[in-house]
Design a protein around this ligand. Structure first.
Ligand SMILES: Cc1cn([C@H]2C[C@H](O)[C@@H](COP(=O)(O)OP(=O)(O)OP(=O)(O)O)O2)c(=O)[nH]c1=O
Length: 192
């Protein structure tokens, strides 16, 4: 018998991405954890740590379930770009990303009913074109920058800025599907 699958996420994008590979969680139970980065914590380590913390927090509330969680962080060098608090911060993020290479890291964590943790950390590299003042102003006047890491959504109009993307596209949107499927297959939840 397959254990019930709980998606520990409030992100509608993660649910949609899972549906693409035919995975429909039995329950969605968002994790309420402190997402503050540690002092000098590297972006990829933050993504891994928070994904595990989300999965563990929800596993404690859902005994007997298989719990899947993820966390996505944008990294420019050692700098972490989380969700911008306001338009001014989103502007600073876009200025940083403009004409530069950056990374998007997603940590994926799975806690099995026996309490074991399995994890993946996926890194996608992107290069944005140089953004003009008019492009940034138009973007910030809309809503796409809100509530997302780095202050942009590759699945919407920001895709027009992507000169290069190396690695997983779904990773940028919040859940790397290849690695997630591998994790679910590894515990026998997903077949074949
Ligand atoms: C870079 C980028 C991020 N994002 C999103 C993915 C994540 O939902 C979000 C990063 O925030 P997260 O903290 O990873 O996730 P969340 O708060 O949305 O949901 P939960 O913690 O409950 O699982 O940014 C995009 O949708 N498009 C993008 O291009």
């Amino acid at each position: 018998m397959r254990p019930p699958l709980v998606l520990a996420s409030a992100s509608p994008r993660r649910l949609e991405l899972l549906a693409r590979i035919g995975v429909v969680p039995d329950r969605v139970l968002p994790a309420d954890i402190d997402e503050t980065p540690g002092k000098a914590e590297l972006p990829r380590l933050l993504a891994a740590r928070l994904a595990a913390a989300k999965a563990r927090a929800v596993a404690a509330q859902a005994p007997g379930a298989l719990v899947l969680a993820a966390d996505t962080v944008v990294g420019v060098g050692r700098r972490i770009l989380g969700k911008p608090a306001d338009a001014a911060e989103a502007r600073r993020f876009l200025e940083l990303l403009s004409g530069r290479r950056h990374h998007v890291y997603t940590g994926v964590a799975l806690v099995t009913p026996d309490g074991r943790l399995r994890q993946r950390l996926v890194d996608t590299i992107l290069a944005f074109q140089r953004l003009t003042e008019a492009q940034m102003a138009a973007y910030l006047a809309g809503e796409e920058w809100q509530g997302v890491a780095g202050g942009y959504q590759i699945q919407k109009s920001a895709e027009a800025w992507v000169r290069h993307l190396g690695g997983s596209h779904s990773n940028v949107v919040g859940l790397p599907l290849f690695e997630t499927a591998q994790l679910l297959r590894g515990v026998g939840w997903l077949r074949p």
